[in-house]
Design a protein around this ligand. Structure first.
Ligand code: SAH
Ligand code: SF4
Ligand code: F3S
Length: 460
């Protein structure tokens, strides 16, 4: 129910449970085990889980043997309280303990009781540099991956680091995902190699702040640019992507790697969060507006056709009209393809939760809509600049909104959806069996979020 890291964890858990003899079902009512992989980043994400837990509680009255598990970030944030307040829950399992899940299910099935598997609490330890992450075990889940189980025919996520040490004042992630630990480069390269051997051609490297990747071994240090170089060298890998980047760690070496390595995609998701220095300071983002503007200029000056995407939080404590206008200005200046815009949601235990949440709900809503409108305008101009161009598209499958087409697709064809190297969504009429292939599409029209075109007939 959360970010890409959460989706990757779900995929790895499913693969591991299959190996332990479990099977997935499409029919929730027939399940013996129901697992929620949860997110704590905003209150809304947690509320969705509570309402689903309510429904499972009802089912449990009729099926006492039903096993209900809460996995991931909320499990770590709430811990024992989840068991105390929700008697229908049998398993509470933090992100770092997911490799043990099959064992936990077996234990609960055998005893009918409840189990807690939590990561060390960062709040108790103060989150300082003295933390020692368990370097041998932390990527056990990744190491056990069965590459043939990746759900997409062509695409896969690969974790390069766990956790976050940035401690942005609003953010729960450093508390629920623990200290930042990078994986050994050879393990990452091996995993990519195995995925490519299993037919995947596009890999997205994942980290909370992926570009702060840093591996030190004896006298040797591999930074993110070095990692990109090693992974890009895997033969048969057509596209290499990465998310999410932190502006502070975006050096020119990474931009040069993006420019020089042909399979690294020219797409940077690098959240700004705010365009105002005063707000950035209170957010503990550790960079200024001028530094962010400089990153945008360096990226545009170095990487041809670079595409940028952002995240913004509206209504952070103390945000004035002027601060808000600075965020709108930053969206215009950066020319983002798209931005994710969120209303500030106080998270217990974070530094910002101790500030007064003084921007009224209606103002948050207005600012949210205002930034969405500015982004729609900027996104439309960005997408329209592709009209007349031919772009390489990796086809993902039929477009979920195919029915809304004004003219029906020709016989044997349906509206297909895919992505460019710059992460633009492209829709075009084509045959359903194109999923997983690369095609050239000539762009005829565009909206704020989508390119529309027709296929050139060379399929590769
Ligand atoms: N690791 C990533 C993203 C973390 S969470 C990064 O640092 O970029 C994804 C997004 O959720 C953030 O970029 C931020 O915009 C938003 N977010 C995080 N905490 C939030 C909160 N308390 N309220 C509202 N939005 C939040
Ligand atoms: Fe959260 Fe900041 Fe870390 Fe991103 S960099 S995960 S926003 S603390
Ligand atoms: Fe949510 Fe955890 Fe991801 S809090 S955003 S699922 S790291």
């Amino acid at each position: 129910m959360g970010c890409q890291m959460n989706r990757l964890d779900s995929e790895l858990v499913i693969s591991r449970l299959r190996a332990a003899g479990h099977e997935m079902t499409d029919d929730r009512k027939s399940a013996d085990v129901v697992l929620f992989n949860t997110c704590s980043v905003r209150r809304h994400a947690e509320q969705k889980v509570y309402s689903r837990l309510g429904a499972e509680g009802q089912r449990k009255q009729h099926n006492r043997r039903l096993i209900v598990g809460v996995l991931g970030c909320m499990a770590q944030r709430e811990g024992e309280q989840l068991l105390r307040n929700h008697p229908q829950v049998n398993i509470v399992c933090s992100p770092g303990q997911l490799a043990r899940l099959a064992e936990l299910i077996e234990h609960v099935a055998g005893t009918g009781g409840a189990v807690l598997a939590l990561d060390p609490d960062r709040r108790a330890r103060g989150g300082g540099a003295e933390e020692e992450a368990d370097r041998d075990e932390f990527d056990a889940l990744d190491l056990s991956r069965d590459p043939s189980q990746s759900p997409s025919v062509a695409q896969a996520f690969v974790r390069v680091a766990r956790g976050c040490d940035k401690f942005c004042s609003y953010c729960i992630v450093p508390f629920v995902r623990g200290p930042e630990v990078s994986r050994e480069p050879s393990r990452i390269v091996q995993e990519v190699l195995r995925l490519v051997e299993a037919g995947r051609t596009e890999v997205t490297l994942l980290g909370q702040t992926v570009n702060s990747y840093r591996w030190c071994d004896g006298g040797r240090t591999v930074g993110f640019a070095g990692l990109l170089e090693q992974v890009a060298a895997v033969g048969g890998l057509r596209r290499l992507r990465f998310v999410t980047s932190h502006p502070l760690d975006f050096g020119n070496d990474v931009l040069h790697a993006m420019r020089d390595l042909p399979n690294v995609c020219p797409y940077i998701h690098c959240p700004a969060q705010s365009g105002s220095d005063a707000v950035l300071r209170r957010m503990n983002r550790k960079y200024t507006r001028a530094q962010y503007d400089d990153l945008v200029d360096r990226a545009r000056g170095t990487v041809p056709d670079v595409v940028l995407a952002g995240d913004f939080i509206v209504g952070f404590p103390g945000e004035s009209e002027e601060d808000h206008a600075a965020s709108a200005d930053l969206i215009r200046r950066s020319g983002y393809k798209n931005s994710f815009i969120f209303k500030y949601s106080p998270r217990p235990g974070t530094a910002a939760a101790r500030m007064r949440d003084d921007v009224p709900t209606e103002v948050k809503r207005w600012r949210n809509n205002d930034l969405l409108a500015v982004q729609a305008e900027v996104g439309l101009a960005h997408h329209r600049s592709y009209i007349g161009r031919t772009v390489e598209v990796l086809v993902e499958g039929p477009s979920p909104r195919a029915a809304k087409q004004p003219t029906p697709a020709p016989p044997g064809q349906t509206q297909m959806l895919g992505r460019t190297r710059g992460d633009h969504i492209v829709v075009f009429d084509g045959e359903p069996n194109l999923a997983g292939h690369y095609v050239d599409v000539r762009i005829a029209d565009a909206s704020a979020l989508t390119l529309m075109g027709s296929i050139n007939l060379d399929v590769s």
